[in-house]
Design a protein around this ligand. Structure first.
Ligand code: ZN
Length: 252
């Protein structure tokens, strides 16, 4: 079957096509055809690669082949990044707190729970949106320290939660055990921080990102090679938003 022969309402294996096909650029610059399709088993709509559907590579949706136990959401309040993890089996919801500046490093991941021998819950990164793999390290508290201090610094060391609350993953609650005596040998990566609101560095990629908070929502403005570019985009967004707010006030 050819891509051209696909139409809305058509059923292929376990899928019902529900949109026109559309193309998207991948990171490497190639165009790939996608289509929205409904899984007829679980009634969830997915974005699917057209070729995957045509060739029968994805006969069932991920949820049907491998039902997830945990569903997670990442969002912010004024001071924290909050990760909410729902345990479907136990019907329980867990909340973990992380510093605000890590929001963009975490927002595209899924999270699950793992329990220690003493039954304390830890968050584990279980992969990202699309085909993105979970980073190393996977445990959230270790990943935060990895982003903040680098791989060398945390290697072979234990990380403790000072208040013994394993879901409190704010930096000031994380203690890299055995690190103090070696601290003079490492310069923490403080050079990467910026004092411009809405501009920060993605420690995982080394790229600068810009965002703006409007009505308690974080709006992504893009990622950039340099701090200056990110700063400029953020400033333009501020002016644009400001003008918008002013004109609403004026109309009223
Ligand atoms: Zn399904």
């Amino acid at each position: 079957m050819k891509a051209k022969e696909i139409y809305i309402g058509m059923i292929i294996n376990n899928w019902k096509i529900v949109s026109e096909r559309y193309s998207k650029k991948t990171i490497s610059g190639n165009s790939v055809l996608y289509v929205k399709a409904l899984c007829l088993n679980c009634n969830i709509e997915y974005e699917m690669g057209l070729n995957d559907i045509l060739r029968g590579h994805s006969k069932q949706c991920k949820e049907c082949t491998n039902p997830r136990r945990y569903f997670s959401k990442v969002y912010t309040d004024e001071y924290n990044t909050i990760i909410e993890v729902e345990d479907i089996k136990e019907n329980k919801v867990y909340f973990s707190y992380v510093d605000l500046q890590y929001f963009w490093e975490l927002v595209n991941f899924n999270f699950g729970l793992v329990f220690s021998k003493s039954n304390k819950p830890y968050l584990e990164i279980s992969g990202g949106i699309g085909k993105a793999k979970a980073p190393t390290p996977k445990r959230l508290h270790r990943y935060i320290c990895f982003l903040e201090y680098g791989e060398e610094y945390i290697k072979g060391r234990t990380i403790d939660h000072k208040d013994k609350i394993t879901l409190n993953n704010r930096l000031n609650n994380l203690n890299v055990v055995g690190a103090l005596e070696n601290a003079q040998n490492h310069s923490l990566r403080k050079d990467n921080t910026t004092s411009v609101t809405g501009v920060s560095i993605m420690k995982s990629t080394g790229r600068w990102i810009a965002y703006i908070n409007i009505e308690n929502k974080r709006i992504w403005l893009g990622d950039f090679n340099t701090f200056e570019e990110a700063k400029e985009v953020r400033e333009r967004a501020e002016i644009k938003h400001h003008t918008y707010v002013q004109s609403i006030k004026y109309e009223q």
